[in-house]
Design a protein. Sequence first.
Length: 423
Amino acid sequence: MFLTVQGGILGPFALLLGKLFNLIYNLLANDSGIANLGLCIIIFTVIVKLLLFPLNIKQQKSAKINSVIQPEIQKIQKKYKGKKDQESMMKQQQEVQAVYDKYGTSMTGGCLTSFIQIPIIWSLYRVIQNVPAYVTHIKDMYEPIANSVIDAKGDKASEFLINFVNDNSINGASYAIKAFEKLDTIKADNIIDVLSKFGVSHLHTLLDTLGKSGELAGNVENINKIHSFILGINISEAPGYRLSPALLIPIASALFQFLSMKVTNTNSAAMGNDTAGSMAKSMQFTMPLMSLFICITLPAGIGVYWAISAFISFLTQILINAYYDHQDMDKILEEQMKKAEEKRKKNGGKKSFMQRMMDTSAEAQEEYDKKQAMRKNSAASLKNYVPSEESQKVVDNKKTKKYKEGSIGSKANIMMNYNKEDK
């Protein structure tokens, strides 16, 4: 759940990133006096992207190598073109895998580094979505308001907040509200999770309802100040489907996402894989649209993160492409082959995971082919079988033998005679 920090597997990642975010906020607030969450999110996203940059370099290098060795892959594919039998398809896969092994790369082309980034990205998203859980100073702003709800409503604080969120259609707080269903006692921290999804206008409405507007107006003013972004955009509120400056954030996010996907897909196009190419083209349009929808419906702070993240990805991809366009790829391939050979020697000639998978599939196919051949031979033997005189006598005796009417034996005898006469 939200409060107050992310738990489970992502907990350590979120806690580490939360400490980084807290440090950035304190440095801005204390040294420069700029306590602004929008600026914190931008700096935070840039730092995390820089930390992930080595993984991106490795991923792009693998993708670039895969695009360069495509002629060898296509030569193998041309060799087996039109051959749809299982044996030919298996041999094609083995020969293709041998090419990848020669250069020390893989068909997935750096997907492992993407998987490594997933928990970091999800944790990053969690921290930005629930800033008060990680930034002490911001939590302190919400705490008096949360306590006022408990003081005013007591045991009915949960029911009161659920009704307030539903009556005011605060969509961003709907998920946090669900946590109340699993809690026996509502604490201030739980309420802060919900309040942090309120816009300033909703906080004012809440305090008016509680009769605490005068006492806590300063808290709301401070919250409003740290959430105010450029052009008066409040990053705690969702832009929504209304004409306002806040729509610039989802539009920027979709635009940078499109540009990032476009420059990334140059490697996919170079690989000459029709399936990968069509999928890349599809993602080039679906990802920006998804980004646009998410940034419209979620608080603008999430949109700032998406937009800056996509913009940095766009810039880094351009730099990476420019770097490899001026590199001697033949020399890079030679180095890759040497590294792959050294790795094989170091492993004592042990086969890679993909090689073992291929061998297992080939053995399974060979075993299947043997069983099929045995079945065909058995069927042919039965078809050509000629009964001996003794066995024929047994059959004739069974034919002339009288069975009790309606018994299983009589029915079997009728069926046997029918089949024989039919043949």
